[in-house]
Design a binder for this molecule. Sequence first.
Ligand SMILES: *Cc1c(COP(=O)(O)O)cnc(C)c1O
Length: 370
Amino acid sequence: MDTEKLITVTSPLLPSLDDFNALLKEIWDSKWITNNGRFHQQLERELADYLKVPYLSLFTNGTLPLITALQALRVTGEVITTPYSFVATTHSLWWNGIKPVFVDIDPANCGIDPEKIEAAITPKTTAIMPVHCYGKPCDTAAIQAIADKYGLKVIYDAAHAFGVEVDGESILNAGDISTLSFHATKVYNTIEGGAMVMHDEKTKQRIDYLKNFGFAGETTVVAPGINSKMDEMRAAYGLLNLRQVDAAIEARGRVARRYREALRDVEGVRFFDDIPGVRHNYSYFPVFIDAEKFGKTRDQLYFEMRDANVLGRRYFYPLISEFSTYRNLPSATRENLPEAYKLADSVICLPMHHALTDADIDRVLKHFGK
Ligand SMILES: *Cc1c(COP(=O)(O)O)cnc(C)c1O
């Protein structure tokens, strides 16, 4: 049994090596390997088209656009955010000297609960940083209404939400800025990479300066920028992956449908169904275990699967608010975050990627008595 092939929670979408080599040859011949080269410009255009967003700026990973967005919008003081995410969300606040204020989540979509935001606003609050967790759309209308009422900025960490649309509109158009990650583990990857989505040309210009040390010309530096440029190799790789990402999302959708069919009648297992009108990207397949009804705890299931070479991941456990940097914050308590704690203690993300076979899916489902 445990000699069986390892089934990982994800597997990178890789372009054909021959196609990539052909583009590498072009880059070598041009000797233009970074600094807003031809492939960089082409990928920005094609991604903006594909994602149905007006302006997009490429980054070298998905953390720096978060950090840079906060700089660009001059966010200070306190920012309201979710503890149920990858640590980079809150780290971006810390790197800007901003105090994170954690608000509990809504178990219906695992995003920040808009009904609990207002109580966390203080005179120091300047922004809200929600996460479209697992690519499930936040209640963007409710969040915007609160932001408008109190004059707050909204920066969405949309690292999970590549290609997600609601009624034909990109979820990335919500808020003031959205950020994406193109890390190898994500639905769409450029090995390492990321992007920022903005609404107007002026912001795009400013962001392009900020990700290149603040240079606005050969001898002009307009702001204390950072270096977060994507190189030509990864931009070319990204162009090739963009041609196959729809097929990858379709393949993921098939895996999700098989999981749902099998798990629908299993006691003590909650999972998400598709929402009508939403184009999902199936970036993750989280299930929530009710130990009493299921007959096993989440951790028993996790280790039992691991012993059989089937790797789930406990995303997001522990909560960000439990890490040493953040756990002494006033908002980091279990009393303040009951739903987040409940989900963190019950969640396991099942293997989910484009290359899972029927036999792989069967091996996962065996652990649910299927
Ligand atoms: C992956 C991820 C990031 C960070 O992206 P990197 O490209 O790895 O820097 C940020 N936020 C969330 C929610 C993520 O899942």
